[in-house]
Design a protein around this ligand. Structure first.
Ligand code: DQA
Length: 138
């Protein structure tokens, strides 16, 4: 099974960025743990702060991977382009958020991804990613 985690803008700063919301672990450390824990899966990771690069990655993996775990971060709430890319590809996408976006500002309640996602997982810290992996295993 081939899965990819795609992280959007500012998520390269995990560990340093607003730790009271996003925790103090770096994503690289967490990803290394996931790879060990799910060694039977080919698990890939991609991060970009650039909308078009995220769209390009979705096009690249979106027809032959078994699943995409997408935290588009702020682009979740703004990007028609990423939403259209999720609709255009055939691989299932799970939208993931570290924080519970529905308990935060109103602008975070809108998602251009959710209408075309297989599901949405939000609010479980970094564990949101693991729950998404598990959803592809059941
Ligand atoms: C986030 C929530 C978004 O609203 C925010 O812009 C992020 C991170 C999360 O994982 O909780 O950058 O996607």
């Amino acid at each position: 099974m081939k899965l990819i985690i795609i992280n959007g803008p500012n998520l390269n700063l995990l560990g340093k960025r607003e730790p009271e919301i996003y925790g103090s672990a770096t994503f690289e450390d967490y990803f290394a743990e996931l790879q060990l824990q799910y060694s039977e899966i080919q698990l890939y990771y991609y991060q970009s702060n650039i909308e078009g690069e995220i769209i390009n990655k979705l096009h690249e993996v979106g027809f032959d991977f078994d699943g995409i775990i997408l935290n588009a971060a702020a682009y979740t709430h703004t990007s028609v382009g990423i939403g259209d890319a999720v609709k255009a590809i055939t691989t299932s996408v799970i939208e993931v958020h570290i924080s519970n976006v529905h308990a935060r500002e109103d602008f975070r309640h809108t998602s251009f991804i959710a209408p075309n996602a297989k599901g949405v997982i939000a609010g479980f810290g970094l564990q949101s990613y693991e729950l998404a992996i598990q959803s592809f295993l059941i």
